[in-house]
Design a protein around this ligand. Structure first.
Ligand code: 6PG
Length: 237
């Protein structure tokens, strides 16, 4: 578990952009699963502004670690946010964007997306293998859309499951631990002071951490980087 700490969310975004550039060039990374939320939005804006020429966009394929069960034009849509802040500004091939259909019936979409992963990604350890998975973490310790109140979904044998937001009841589609931990590289982008105590709980493995989905991210490749801003890292030893 590598930890990189930066002054601000923008500096985290700049560092991740440099990582992505070198992983595409040196490791031939092509398939990336993105997360939603406010942290990646800053990164997408930076990629759109400064990396539209320096990444092999036409060779990259994009997936999502999770999606809210809303139509793409809904302000809640992770895909809609990614299109607005990134995909509309870089030359990604339309047939290389594998969005989760948030507008469709959740159970059917979880099955469809599981099959998309099987059909479009190489297999490793009997599971679809992504090159790179970008994750965020909520202040409750959720990641992707696996929340603590239904942490058992992390261990589902399915590639994707239907999850439920604990407060709003909003249905979500989420990748599960098998696929996430099968990626060649996983990056946690975690920023904001509201994450500090949860991060400390996970890193110190203090009581209850094992019920937090974020604490179950442990790629079989061993390649996990926590990219934090100082506010989120404030309580780490
Ligand atoms: C989502 C995200 C979610 C997010 C965390 C952190 O669909 O909401 O995938 O898991 O990563 O909630 O969000 P912030 O980056 O906004 O803190």
């Amino acid at each position: 578990m590598e930890i990189e700490i930066y002054n601000s969310k923008t500096d985290v975004a700049a560092a991740l952009s440099k990582h992505l550039e070198s992983w595409c060039r040196d490791k031939g990374f092509r398939t990336v699963a993105l997360s939603g939320g406010s942290t990646p939005r800053v990164w997408f804006d930076l990629l759109a502004a400064r990396y539209s020429q320096s990444l092999p966009w036409e060779k990259l394929s994009f997936y999502w670690g999770d999606e809210r069960c809303v139509p793409p034009q809904d302000p809640e849509s992770n895909y809609g946010m990614t299109r607005k802040h990134l995909l509309d500004h870089v030359p990604v091939r339309a047939d290389h964007v594998f969005r989760i259909h948030g507008e469709d019936a959740p159970e059917a979409e979880a099955i469809r997306y599981s099959r998309i992963l099987e059909d479009t990604l190489p297999q490793k350890n009997g599971l679809p293998q992504l090159d790179l998975v970008i994750l965020g973490m909520g202040d409750d310790g959720h990641t992707a859309s696996i929340f603590p109140h239904e942490v058992s979904l992390w261990d589902s044998p399915e590639n994707c499951v239907v999850a439920t937001h604990p407060e709003t009841g909003q249905k979500r589609i989420s990748l599960t631990g098998g696929v996430i931990n099968n990626a060649k590289q996983v990056v946690f982008m975690v920023t904001g002071a509201n994450k500090a105590s949860r991060l400390n709980q996970i890193h110190q493995q203090t009581s209850g951490h094992q019920n937090l989905p974020a604490s179950r991210v442990a790629p079989v490749s061993g390649r996990l980087i926590w990219m934090l801003d100082e506010a989120a890292a404030a309580e780490l030893p």
